[in-house]
Design a binder for this molecule. Structure first.
Ligand SMILES: [Zn+2]
Ligand SMILES: [Zn+2]
Length: 222
C-alpha cells in the first residue's frame, strides 16, 4: 500500500510547494535535486545492482544497458525533465512529448518499488524536486490550469501503476530480474545525469558537495 500512496504523495507535495512557494528554480531546489540524485544513485549501487547480479550471469547486464538507452531516448521527448530540466518552450498547447516521456519514465520506475522498500524511498525522494520543477513549469506556462492539474494527476498515478502491473500474475518470476535490471539502467542514467548537471561549470560548491555526501551516507546506513 505504501508503494501506491508514497509516490502519489511525493508528487502532490511537489505540486503544493510549486503552488504555495512559487519557486523559480532556486538554489534550495537545486540542493534538494542534488541530494535526491546522490541518494537514488547510492541506493541503486548499494542494493539494487548487487541484488540483480547475485543469481544472474553477465547477460543480465544487457537489460541494464537497454534501460540506459531507453532513458536516453525518453529524454529526447522530455528534454531532461525527469532529471530537473525544463527547456520546454513556453507553449499554450498541451506538451504531449514531455507528458508521454515523463509518464513512461515514471511507469518504469514504479516496477520494483513494491518489492524493495529502500528503492521506494529512493524513487520518492527523487520525485519531490522533479514534481516541484515540472509543476512550476506547468503553472508558469500559458496552459490552462485544468490541463496542468490533469498532467500532474496522471503523472502521479504512473509510478503506482507500474508497481501494480509488476504484482500481476502475468509478470512471471523469471521476468523479474530482467525487469529490475532494466529499471537499474534507467535509474543509473537519471541519477548520474542529476549529479553531472549539479556541478555545472565545475565550480566548487560546498553545500552541494555536502548534500551529495549526505545522500550517499544516508543510503548506505538505511
Ligand atoms: Zn539535462
Ligand atoms: Zn524518475
Amino acid at each position: 500500500m505504501t508503494a501506491i500512496l508514497l509516490p502519489i504523495f511525493a508528487v502532490l507535495i511537489g505540486f503544493s510547494i510549486a503552488i504555495i512557494a512559487k519557486p523559480t528554480i532556486n538554489s534550495s531546489i537545486k540542493l534538494l535535486l542534488s541530494f535526491s540524485g546522490a541518494f537514488l544513485l547510492a541506493i541503486t549501487i548499494f542494493e539494487f545492482l548487487p541484488e540483480i547480479y547475485v543469481t544472474q550471469n553477465k547477460e543480465i547486464g544487457i537489460y541494464i544497458i537497454a534501460g540506459l538507452l531507453v532513458q536516453i531516448l525518453l529524454e529526447f521527448g522530455s528534454k531532461g525533465a525527469e532529471h530537473g530540466h525544463t527547456h520546454q518552450k513556453n507553449t499554450t498547447h498541451f506538451p504531449w512529448f514531455l507528458f508521454i516521456s515523463l509518464c513512461v519514465h515514471a511507469l518504469i520506475e514504479g516496477f520494483p518499488i513494491s518489492e524493495n522498500e529502500h528503492i521506494l524511498y529512493g524513487i520518492v525522494v527523487h520525485k519531490v524536486p522533479i514534481a516541484i520543477i515540472i509543476s512550476s513549469f506547468l503553472l508558469l506556462s500559458k496552459m490552462k490550469l485544468w490541463q496542468s492539474i490533469i498532467f500532474i494527476i496522471v503523472f502521479a498515478l504512473m509510478t503506482p501503476l507500474g508497481s501494480f502491473i509488476n504484482q500481476q500474475e502475468f509478470i512471471l518470476e523469471s521476468y523479474k530480474a530482467p525487469i529490475n535490471a532494466f529499471v537499474v539502467g534507467v535509474l543509473l542514467h537519471v541519477s548520474t545525469t542529476i549529479l553531472f548537471e549539479s556541478s555545472k561549470n565545475h565550480q566548487f560548491n560546498a553545500s552541494k558537495l555536502g548534500v551529495i555526501l549526505l545522500g550517499f551516507i544516508i543510503a548506505y546506513y538505511l
